[in-house]
Design a protein around this ligand. Sequence first.
Ligand SMILES: [Zn+2]
Length: 408
Amino acid sequence: MAVPPDGKTKRLYLHDAYRREFEGRVLAVRPGPAGAMLELDRTAFYPTAGGQLHDTGVLANHPVLEVVEDDGAILHRVALDAGALQGLVGECVAGIIDWERRFDHMQQHTGQHLLSQAALRVLQGATLAVHLGAERSTVDLALAAFGPNEADRLEDAANAVVMENRPVRTHFVAEAEIERLGLRRPPKKSGTIRIVEIADFDRSACGGTHVRATGEIGTIVITTWERYKGGTRLEFLCGWRALRDHRRKSRGLAEVGRVLSAAEGEVVEAVGRLAAREREVSRRAEETRQRLLVVEADLRRRSLTPPAVLAEVAHGRTATEVRDLARALVAGGGLIVLLAAADGRVVFARSPDLPVDVAALLRRVTAQFGGAGGGRAEFAQGTLAGEASPAEILGMARRWAEEELRGA
Ligand SMILES: [Zn+2]
C-alpha cells in the first residue's frame, strides 16, 4: 500500500473519519486573523479543502473557529491572543471534533459522490463542479435538459444505492496505478492518491471525509434545479438535512391547507382557486372604484357653477385615486381642478372648454414654493416641496387660476 500524503501535519481523518477525539503536540502558535493559529503534529480536524467545509470543535479547551491548510500544515484558529498561548508549544493537547457538524458534512459529501455517479449512469451527465455548503449543496451536471422526470430517475437510482447499504472504503494508491482504476473523478494532486470507493458503484480520488456505508448517507433529495452555464445545477440535501427540509415543507403545506380548509392533496388546486378569485375580486373592486369616482365627481360638480376652480387636499387618497378623480371632475366641462394627495403629490387638470394652461400654472407654483412637475396645458402633475403647506399652496394656485379665468 502506498504511503498516505499527510504533509506537515498527520491527518487522522484520512485514516478514520469517525475519530472524534485525539491528542496532538503543539508545534507552533502563530498570530492569525482574529486570534491565534495552532499547528499540531497530528489532527483529526478537517480543514476547508476539496469543496468540503472545515470542522469546528474544541482544542486545548478553546473553541476551534476555523481550520485551514497552509503549505502542508493544518492550522486551527482559536479566539485568543497568540502570545497568551505560547506556553502550549511542545505540549500535548486534546482535541474534540463537533461531531454533529462533521457527520453532516460526511453525509453531504458521500451523498454527492453517489449522486454524481448515479447521474452519469442514469442520465449520462458528468459532474462539472460541486459546492458543499453549510446549508445548501449543489452539483453542476453537463446536461442541457433536466426536468421532474430526470430528477425522479436520478433520486430513485441514488436512493436505491443508499438502501443497499454498500460499504464505502478509502485506500491509497501510487499515481501510476490510477489509470487502471477507472476513476469517475481524476485526482487534482500528484504523488500518492487517496481513492474513495462505493463498493461496485463509484471510484473517485478525494481527500474528504465520508461515511463508512451508503446507508448512513440517509435519504438523498433533489430540492431544485436550474439552467446554469449551458448545463444544469442541482441543489440536493442528504440525511438529517433532507429530513429537516421534509419536516419544514410538510408542516408548511399542512398549515397552508389548514388556512385554506383544503386536504393535503388539494392544496395546490385550492391555492389556484384562491389566486383566480383574488384576480376577479381585484378586477371588480377596480370597476367599482371607477364607478364611484364618476358618482363622486358628479355630486361635487352639482355644488359648483361653471366656470369654477376646485382646489383641495385629498386626505387619505393615493396618487392614482387623486389623478382619476381629477379626470372624472374635469370631464363634465367648465372646471379647473387642483388636487394634492397627502404625500405632497399634486394634479392640476382643466376641462377642454377652458383656456387656462395648468402646466404653466404648476410651473408658477413650483417656482414660487419649491417642488417639481410638468405636463400639458390640460393636465399636469408634480410634487410640492418647501415650507408652505399643501393647503396654502393650493389656495394661492386657486387665486391665480381664478384671475386667469376672469382675465380670459
Ligand atoms: Zn469525497
